[in-house]
Design a binder for this molecule. Structure first.
Ligand code: SF4
Ligand code: SF4
Length: 68
């Protein structure tokens, strides 16, 4: 089952990945990282297709996509 990981220390909280995901599987948390940015979180792999749109959209290369 495909899934993603989000590196919270690279995330700048721009929210672009939340717009990019066609399944709406990425949301913004209310928890800041060490730089004070509220970071994106993955809500679960059940509907993830591994399409990589979220990762391709991220300007900070914070998202990794895994296919298995
Ligand atoms: S890989 Fe595709 S379906 Fe999975 S979280 Fe990213 S944009 Fe959404
Ligand atoms: S696109 Fe990247 S930097 Fe922007 S909120 Fe998503 S993970 Fe964070």
């Amino acid at each position: 089952m495909p899934y993603i990981t989000i590196n919270g220390e690279r995330c700048k909280g721009c929210g672009l990945c939340t717009i990019a995901c066609p399944k709406k599987l990425v949301a913004m948390s209310e928890t800041p990282n060490s730089l004070g940015f509220t970071v994106a979180v993955f809500s679960g792999p059940e509907m993830c297709t591994g399409c990589k749109l979220c990762a391709e959209m991220c300007p900070d290369v914070a998202i990794a996509v895994f296919k298995d």
